[in-house]
Design a protein. Structure first.
Length: 329
């Protein structure tokens, strides 16, 4: 059976997009750029000082290297940023200064259509990726929130879609309100449909199943469920469900016998970032699962964040996923 990543690579190759990698000063990024181009996954733009990039000795034939330190393009993007943000008080001098920041420069490449997607974060914190995204790209039409998901691929697993799941939100929203949790549920259902290509079955997780415990935490989840169902009645979304009830048919038969989701969930929406982050890391380490992400959703264009501990192969994987997201925009 094809793995999730091999499927993403094949889909990316079928309609090649241009992905910008802001961190040309990082060896992992340059190694990944070489691999992506060699495999025909995407066209690649690497941003940084061309002399510094050249000094690293990588063969970058077929990779476009763009200088953010000087030149006409830098000025053009600075002026574009100024026009976007002047109503918020930004001056042209501030916009020019921000072009020194490779994340801002690269986000403007995406905003102006020179790239179809962006992958950054190998040497930047998540907030440094999100800030230009929210200031320049902003949320997609109809979306109120930027959140994230991980694709989890669990070996020898009978649950989900033969061991494939999405977990959300594992990286962005720390303590989502009921309204925000409903947005995460709907966005992740859409992401599952578009990225995985299968029907989502969304479980809104809790320490309670169907009212077995009543407290403020479970009430948040049940309120979120009601809002999610109203926003997207076309999706199977249910809760509140404990993790075993969401996944295991025999437990579902006892705890939530009439649920359209219990016992067969493939999208797990956690009540907060603590639970989600702990959950995906436990599954990754104890079940030896592959964890792809965090993949951002809700933005007006595909931008994704890397772990600062990522490998070049990790970057290649996220580039492929980002290219597939760009195909679906």
């Amino acid at each position: 059976m094809a793995t999730f990543l091999s499927t993403m690579i094949d889909r990316a190759k079928s309609d090649k997009k241009t992905i910008v990698l802001p961190e040309g000063n990082d060896d992992r990024i340059l190694e990944a750029a070489r691999k992506v181009v060699d495999q025909g996954i995407a066209n690649i733009i690497v941003v940084g000082d061309p002399a510094e990039i050249a000094s690293k000795g990588f063969n970058l034939e077929g990779v476009q290297v763009v200088d953010n330190t000087s030149g006409e393009l830098r000025e053009e993007l600075a002026e574009g940023l100024f026009e976007l943000r002047k109503a918020k008080g930004m001056t042209i001098e501030e916009a020019r200064s921000l072009m020194d920041n490779v994340m801002y420069f690269s986000t403007m490449l995406l905003k102006t259509g020179r790239a179809d997607g962006l992958v950054g974060g190998a040497c930047h914190a998540t907030k440094d990726v999100l800030q230009p995204a929210l200031r320049i790209i902003k949320t997609a039409p109809g979306s109120k929130l930027v959140s994230s998901f991980f694709v989890m691929e669990v070996p020898e697993c009978a649950f989900g879609d033969e061991g494939t799941f999405m977990f959300a939100d594992c990286a962005v929203c720390i303590q989502p309100s009921a309204e925000e949790l409903s947005e995460i549920a709907v966005a992740t259902a859409k992401s599952y449909e578009r990225v995985i290509g299968s029907t989502p079955r969304v479980a809104m997780l809790s320490h309670s199943s169907y009212g077995s415990v009543k407290d403020a935490d479970t009430e948040k989840v049940t309120s979120a469920l009601a809002m999610a169902k109203e926003k997207a009645p076309e999706y199977a979304i249910d809760g509140e469900l404990q993790a075993d009830a969401a996944l295991v048919p025999s437990v579902a038969a006892s705890k939530a016998p009439d649920s359209p989701v219990a016992g067969k969930a493939n999208v797990l929406v956690f009540p907060d970032l603590d639970a989600a982050n702990i959950g995906y890391k436990l599954v990754q380490r104890l079940a030896k699962a592959e964890a792809y992400g965090p993949i951002l959703q809700g933005l007006g264009a595909p931008m994704n964040d890397l772990s600062r501990g990522c490998s070049a192969d990790d970057v290649v994987g996220v580039v492929a996923i980002t290219a597939v997201q760009a195909q679906e925009q």
